[in-house]
Design a protein around this ligand. Structure first.
Ligand SMILES: *Cc1c(COP(=O)(O)O)cnc(C)c1O
Length: 401
């Protein structure tokens, strides 16, 4: 007889890294609801509702606004794979890990990629995009919030350049949608991709996307279908339209979860939600500085809810420190990649986790853990510093603590 392992019973964990974040309890409850068939009219009504909610959150009128089944990367790959044909010129802004991802996906689908680079921790220069666009491009792919460095890329000027040069602007808004200003139509994006596990308050596994009629025309103007069936937007949009093309089986529970997450975002209201992310992010930054940690990257272009700090030179073993935080305090923070590996930590205060109480918990934990790893900190200063920064915002704090 083989022994069956015990049921998995994960400990409660506070996820303050760059994603995933903890999910809203209401989202998890919605996901436990009974299953319906994917052509059940009650389910297709829910799909229609979900599209209407998504349009409000993306701030777009695009009828083609629906989720791709998969993590955010599936959304990015669906848009790029469905647009790119062999030899197409694609301009990619690269100043961190997710710019590299856009480049990698584009290359795999046969694009001739031109990277416009900036140092990790800086923004991509729109002037350099302009010069590159003089030779034309079918697609310009940009990351709005570069989670790997904490940098927020301004995109309005790049969108204007794309219009002038008749290039399609594809934007990775995975870490920004629902957390800070992100205006699909007003800023002139042609396609935009998000994810559920960052600022939208759910688990990973759904990638809301939106695209306009310029993109749709390009999808149908191809000589041959894209080299992917699962992520072919012309098929996915037919399932999400009244035609209800039978493509893949909808991940029913994920659709329930995304629907509830979007409802929560709109109940709170986008502006109040952005304000909450700004306040809590400012509190985290102030508290971390009070501990003697130095912020990393371009402060004028910081993602409000991602706070990167340098690992102090005195810290003996940064990975051991993070595992102490996890084991003794139940708190996860983010490490770094590529050229930044081992040199910064990234603190995410997103979605359901963007609350002052979580910042207090993290600061208290760091106050205990940092000295054990060789970095002495002033005691009792970080939490009050965070509270002062939080209170410095004009809005009433009623629902935020
Ligand atoms: C998290 C993230 C992704 C990747 O998302 P997955 O859900 O892991 O596929 C892509 N882009 C950005 C900016 C991200 O923050």
């Amino acid at each position: 007889m083989t022994a069956v392992p015990r049921a998995f019973d994960p400990p409660a964990c506070l996820l303050l890294g760059p994603g995933p974040s903890n999910a809203e309890p209401r989202v998890l409850r919605a996901m436990a609801s009974g299953l319906l068939g994917q052509f059940d009219p009650r389910f297709t009504d829910l799909m229609n509702d979900l599209m209407a909610l998504s349009r409000q959150v993306f701030r777009t009128q695009n009828p083609r606004t629906y989720p791709v089944s998969g993590t955010s990367r599936a959304g990015l790959e669906a848009v790029l794979a469905s647009l790119i044909e062999e030899g197409d010129r694609v301009v990619v802004g690269v100043c961190g890990r997710f710019g590299l991802l856009l480049r990698d996906i584009s290359q795999r689908y046969g694009a001739q990629v031109v990277s416009v680079k900036a140092d990790w921790g800086r923004i991509v220069d729109p002037g350099q995009i302009e010069r590159t666009l003089r030779d034309g491009a079918k697609v310009v792919a940009m990351v709005h919030g570069e989670t790997s460095t904490g940098v927020l890329q301004p995109l309005d000027e790049i969108a204007r350049l794309c219009r002038e040069r008749d290039a399609l602007l594809v934007v990775d808004a995975v870490v920004t949608l629902g957390g800070c200003e992100m205006e699909t139509d007003e800023w002139g994006f042609d396609a935009c991709i998000a994810g559920l596990q960052k600022c939208l308050g759910g688990p990973s596994g759904m990638a809301p996307i939106t695209y306009n009629e310029r993109v749709e025309r390009a999808l149908y103007d191809r000589a041959r279908p894209p080299a992917t069936n699962y992520l072919d937007l012309t098929q996915l949009q037919r399932y999400w339209s009244p035609e209800r093309l039978n493509h893949h089986t909808a991940p029913t529970s994920m659709v329930y979860g995304l629907h509830e997450a979007l409802r929560i975002v709109l109940e709170e209201g986008l502006e109040s939600r952005f304000e909450r992310h700004r306040r809590v992010g400012a509190a985290a930054l102030a508290g971390l500085r009070a501990l003697g940690l130095e912020p990393f990257g371009d402060r004028a272009h910081k993602i409000p809810h991602i706070t990167p700090v340098r690992v102090p030179a005195e810290v003996d073993d940064e990975a051991a420190l993070r595992s102490d935080l996890l084991e003794d305090w139940g708190i996860e923070i983010g490490a770094a990649f590529g050229p930044l590996e081992g040199t910064i930590w990234r603190i995410g205060t997103m979605g359901y986790n963007a609350r002052l109480e979580n910042v207090r918990r993290l600061l208290q934990a760091l106050e205990a853990v940092l000295p054990r790893h060789g970095f002495p900190v002033p005691l009792g200063e970080a939490v009050p510093a965070a509270e002062r920064a939080f209170a410095a915002f004009a809005q009433p704090a009623s629902t935020l603590a």
